[in-house]
Every structure is written in C-alpha cells, then in structure tokens.
Write a protein that binds this ligand. Structure first.
Ligand code: NAP
Length: 303
C-alpha cells in the first residue's frame, strides 16, 4: 500500500524521506499545481541529518489527482487539516486509514467526522524538524511517536513499515491521555514564553504563575475524564522547563517568524473545554486573552 503524505512540510517530509529511502512506496500530495511545479523543479526532498544531506526524488501529485488513497498521513497544521482532508475525501478508498499528526486537540475529531468510514489514528510526536528552505527539512530532535485509535485497540499491520523505516514509535491504547497531557504541558509553557519573550528556562522567573496555571489545568483534565493526564502535572512542567531551558518553544518560534500559531487547538481548546464543563478557570482564560492581544499586535490571528 502506498503511503500518501499530505503536506511536504517539516514532519511530512521527515516521514516521507525515511519511508521512501528504505524502498517503501510514498507519494506526496501538494496543495496546487504551482507547488507541484516548484517541487518538480527542485528535483525532490532534501533531509539534513547530523550535517549530512540526503536528496531523494519522491513522486508527488496535487490534491486533485485521481488515484485512490488507502493510507494517508495527514502532516499539515491543525488549522489546515479539516479543509485539506475534505478535498481528499472523494479519493479515499473503502477502509482507508488516516494517520493524524496534528498537535493539540480538536482537529482530529473534525477530520474524523468528515470521513466516518475511514479508520482515523491519532498520533503524538516528540520528534523535531524544521524547514531551512523550500523542500528541505532538518531533523533537529530525535524523539518518539505514539499512535493510537480510540475505536479499535488492535494495532495496524503497517507498524512494520515504521519499524523498517526506523521511525521510533509505540502503539498506545490511551492516545487521548497522551494528547491531553501534551496539550496541558503546552498550555503551561508556550503561551508564557511568547508573552515574556523568553526561552523555556526563562519561566523559572515566573514559577508562581506557572504553578497557578498547572492547578487550573489539573482541574480541567480531571473534569474532562483525564485523571491520568492530570497526575503530577506541575512536577512534569517544572522538569520540562529545566530540561529544555535553552530552547525556544514552538509557539515562540511561530510568532518570531510571523507564522500563524495553533492556539485554537492548544490553549483555545482548553478554554473551550472548560466552558463546556461550566468550569471557571480565570487564569487560563486571562492567559488566552493576553495571548490573543499579543498575537494581534504582531498581525497574527487569535484562532
Ligand atoms: P509545516 O512545516 O508548516 O508543514 C505543513 C505542510 O502542510 C506545508 O508544507 C503546507 O504546504 C502543507 N499543507 C497545508 N495545507 C495543505 C493542503 N490543503 N494540501 C496540501 N498541503 C498542505 O508544519 P509541521 O511543522 O510539519 O507541523 C505539522 C503538524 O505536526 C502540526 O500540527 C505541528 O504542531 C505538529 N508537530 C510538528 C513538529 C515539528 O517538529 N515540526 C513536532 C511535533 C508535532 P505549503 O508548503 O504549500 O505551505
């Protein structure tokens, strides 16, 4: 079965190159004929790994190609996932499988609702990659990807492809717990790094504020039926701030580069979930309002 990869950005290219270089069939799906022409002119994707460049010509097509899709890796941003998958829905084969790599929560359900007959697997990844040019991706941080399916506990047979491709992964029956935990860590760290214009380690100077947010996030997780994701949250946040002290958070980097953030699927999702549960979390809401105002100053959307 061909791996159709939607979105040749950082994570999409990282997966596509690793799958293709061990001989697995991969096809990139690009947004329009202009992007396809630009890709073809460049001759393929380049992966930079520990200073070594690897160039590989992976076949590509646009969203509007006719070929049916059985396995789709959705590797665009959370805010593009729904519209991108909607355009591909007519091409999905019976029993198609989608792997959703989006950060945060909210986009996965939106996609799953669009394609009720397809199997949707949710993924959560700690791998790090960024683009240092068009069709070039730098593999910056080794990590792990957890995959799971809320509806079926049994793993798909194609996990063998990931093994062959050397993509570190694990099947996770509690994938929602992992996604919620990551979302909570993100809410406690990323927005503050944007507001204070600091590296993760800079939040050591704001430990009271971090602790207050962790208290509210813990309450939220417990109300959302995610007690396991709530466990010891503040300690882990403190640990992450220490361990990644020299790093700039992904949201900080998005704002610094003038890129739209995934706020609606992170802090925004948390605030909406609190509202649904009639939970009053004043600091979390205030953080969201401050962040939206800050983004507006930088000409960036608050959604
Ligand atoms: P990215 O580098 O911005 O790549 C997204 C890609 O999707 C772009 O190449 C974009 O095309 C493409 N795209 C958007 N809409 C499309 C459409 N309708 N049809 C075809 N292609 C479309 O983003 P990323 O960093 O890989 O992030 C993807 C997701 O993974 C995000 O939710 C992110 O939070 C998550 N994540 C990323 C990392 C990381 O290290 N990068 C780590 C963990 C999780 P154009 O090139 O034409 O704009």
């Amino acid at each position: 079965t061909t791996w159709h990869v939607l979105g040749a950005g950082s994570l999409g290219s990282l997966w596509a190159v690793r799958l293709a270089r061990v001989g697995l069939p991969v096809t990139l799906i690009l947004r329009d004929p202009a992007r396809l022409a630009a890709y073809r002119a460049s001759g393929g994707l380049t992966l930079v790994e520990q200073g070594q460049e690897q160039h590989i010509a992976i076949p590509a097509q646009t969203v509007d190609a006719a070929e049916p899709i059985s396995r789709l890796l959705v590797a665009c941003k959370a805010y593009d996932a729904q519209s991108a998958v909607a355009r591909l829905a007519p091409r999905l084969a019976e029993n198609a499988e989608l792997i959703l790599l989006q950060n945060g929560l909210g986009s996965q359900d939106a996609v799953a609702t669009l394609v009720p007959k397809a199997r949707c697997l949710f993924a959560s990844s700690t791998e790090g990659a960024f683009r240092d040019g068009d069709w070039r991706v730098v593999f910056a941080g080794h990590g792990f990807t957890w995959l799971g399916d809320l509806a079926h506990p049994q793993p798909p047979y194609w996990l063998d492809d990931l093994l062959l491709a050397g993509i570190p992964h694990e099947w996770q029956t509690q994938i929602l717990t992992r996604l919620w935990r990551k979302l909570a860590l993100n809410c406690a760290i990323n927005p503050l790094t944007v507001l204070y214009g600091c590296r993760n380690g800079g939040l050591r100077d704001h430990h009271c504020e971090v602790a207050t947010l962790c208290g509210e996030l813990t309450e939220l997780l417990e109300h959302c039926g995610q007690p396991a994701a709530a466990q010891d949250l503040h300690n882990e946040v403190t640990r992450v701030i220490q361990a990644t002290g020299a790093n700039y958070s992904s949201m900080y980097q998005d704002v610094a580069h003038g890129r739209r953030t995934e706020i609606s699927y992170l802090l925004g999702y948390a605030c909406e979930a609190a509202k649904r549960h009639h939970l009053n979390l004043p600091h979390l809401n205030q953080l969201r309002n401050r962040l939206i105002a800050h983004l507006a100053v930088h000409g960036l959307p608050g959604t």
